[in-house]
Design a protein around this ligand. Structure first.
Ligand code: KIV
Ligand code: ZN
Length: 514
């Protein structure tokens, strides 16, 4: 295989993805995502925007210590302070990259930067030269590149390469371009920039018109060899190109797109579930590759075809994206050994204490629920991991509700090892439960999202609840799972409060333009 056919996968779930309003991730969650990304074979992990906040800096630093195979990257504006901060955060990384950017379109230069083209060109030269003194691997991006004037774009790209950028990223920042236009832009750069052979062309497409994946693939057809993307297509506004779609399109249509990636596609589902669970951004059922219906066949005629030959309606196998057909059926008679094996099958490795706790909860779930599906175990383990560091812990809840109010919740929490109980009323059982939490642990946070999702079918399904709390500039997502929706709600709210307590003072990355 020619190395020219290898497409570098650059994941920006934790940088551009985290810039989606509400998609905040704490350090422990980012480390879990980084681990999964590395295991799935992602080439470059953009771990954050070091200057944006203490939280981003710490996340980049800790991910740099953890990750060995993937390159860890930090974003930096075209400013020495940003670049210094990135270099500092990346210090422990085995492989590191500084990604510096500045806008090059007339609109952005005039209205956002208030800089003329010559000043922007100077900033490109200074920032890339400076970054190269601190890091061998420098990527340069022309923000709003797809709406930039071609002559100016060529000059900036040529200068960035001359100053040592090894990767030149062309973003379609506002998701405006059409596939053929974007391919033509890449061809234009390849034809006109004299030193373009010294760099890899990358693309970074937003999905405002639903074309991010199509634009990225068209760019690869024209010669780009790095795609910037996110799990589940998370990202600013309508999101970025979805990694799972890009990778599976390249794999499934290798006949007409003969390019390869280093992604072990069997890890896709795990990464998708993890990012959805952490951010509370639920994947729509009909989402390509990772939606719940992506491999479901309901219509009789389709089922008949599938039974005769899976290829009739399936262009890729569920196994290829990590939807494993379970070999172990779990129930209330399953022992600890089988439970551990099931977790391994699902891709989890828990320490002894977490395993013990998860097994305990599995047994109590199996007492309540007739059939235990893999999704139940995933929800239960994710819940256990999410609550591992909680300082405030849910103990018990009794609710009185029905058509005649007031609804009432009697709640016990453990705060700093001490049990506190109260009874509160509210406009419905959820409101009563949340009021009880506020009585036991007064706080100023505002509830900005309350979301309930059934893990499986059936009336005995576990509810997976996401609660998003906002306090000052800080946003956190809490999670809880239980067969009782109100218990899951209380656990999710308490988890969010715990995260607020743990979260350091940080500036939202969105406050700094990227
Ligand atoms: O969309 C964009 O232009 C970006 C750059 C910072 C790469 O996110
Ligand atoms: Zn972007």
């Amino acid at each position: 295989m020619s190395t020219d056919d290898r497409v570098i996968i650059f994941d920006t779930t934790m940088r551009d993805g985290e810039q989606s309003p509400g998609a905040s991730m704490n350090l422990e969650e980012k480390l879990r995502i980084a681990e999964v990304l590395e295991r799935m074979g992602v080439d470059v992990i953009e771990a954050g925007f070091a200057i944006a906040s203490a939280g981003d800096f710490e996340a980049i630093r800790e991910i740099s210590k953890l990750v060995k195979d993937s390159t860890v990257c930090s974003l930096a504006r075209a400013a020495r302070g940003d670049i210094d901060r990135s270099a500092e955060a990346l210090k422990p990384a085995a492989r590191k990259r500084i990604h510096t950017f500045i806008a090059t379109s007339p609109l952005h230069m005039k209205h956002k930067l208030r800089m003329g083209p010559e000043q922007v060109l100077e900033a490109v030269i200074d920032s890339v030269t400076y970054a190269r003194k601190l890091c061998d691997d420098v990527e340069w991006s022309c923000e709003d590149g797809s709406r930039s004037e071609h002559d100016f774009l060529c000059r900036t790209v040529e200068s960035a390469i001359e100053c040592g950028a090894r990767t030149i990223n062309i973003p379609d920042t506002v998701g405006y371009t059409l596939p053929e236009e974007f391919a033509a832009l890449i061809t234009m750069l390849l034809n006109r920039v004299p030193n373009i052979d010294k760099a890899i062309i990358s693309v970074h497409c937003h999905n405002d018109l639903g074309l991010a994946v199509a634009n990225s693939l068209a760019a690869v057809g024209a010669g780009a060899r790095q795609i910037e993307c996110t799990i589940n297509g998370l990202g600013e506004r309508a999101g970025n190109a979805a990694m799972e779609e890009i990778v599976m399109a390249l794999r499934t249509r290798h006949d007409s797109m003969p390019y390869t990636t280093g992604i072990k596609t069997e890890h896709i589902m795990k990464a998708s579930r993890l990012v959805a669970a952490i951010t509370g951004f639920v994947v729509q059922p009909n989402k390509a590759i990772v939606g719940a219906n992506a491999f479901a066949h309901e219509a009789g005629i389709h089922q008949d075809g599938m039974l005769k030959h899976a290829g009739t309606y399936e262009i890729m196998t569920p196994e290829s994206v990590g939807l494993v057909k379970s070999t172990l059926v779990m129930g209330k008679h399953s022992g600890r050994h089988a439970f551990r094996r099931k977790l391994e099958e699902l891709g989890y490795e828990l320490g002894d204490n977490a395993l013990q706790e998860a097994f305990h909860r599995f047994k109590s779930l199996a007492d309540k629920k007739k059939e235990i599906f893999d999704e139940d175990i995933v929800a239960l383990v994710d819940d256990e991991v999410a609550h591992g560091l909680d300082l405030i812990r849910f103990a018990s809840l009794h609710v009185i509700c029905g058509s005649t109010g007031p609804q009432q919740a009697t709640l016990t929490l453990e705060v700093d090892g001490e049990e506190r109980s109260t009874t509160a009323t509210g406009n419905g059982p959820v409101d009563a439960t949340f009021n009880a939490i506020s009585e036991l642990f007064p706080h100023q946070a505002r509830l900005s999202l309350y979301q309930v999702h059934a893990v499986t079918g059936g009336t005995d399904a576990q509810a997976e609840v996401t609660v998003r709390l906002v306090e000052n500039d800080r946003t956190v997502n809490g999670h809880g799972a239980d067969t009782d929706t109100l218990v899951a709600s209380a656990r999710a709210y308490v988890n969010a409060l715990n995260k607020l307590l743990l979260k350091r003072e940080r500036t939202a990355p969105a406050a700094i333009s990227a």
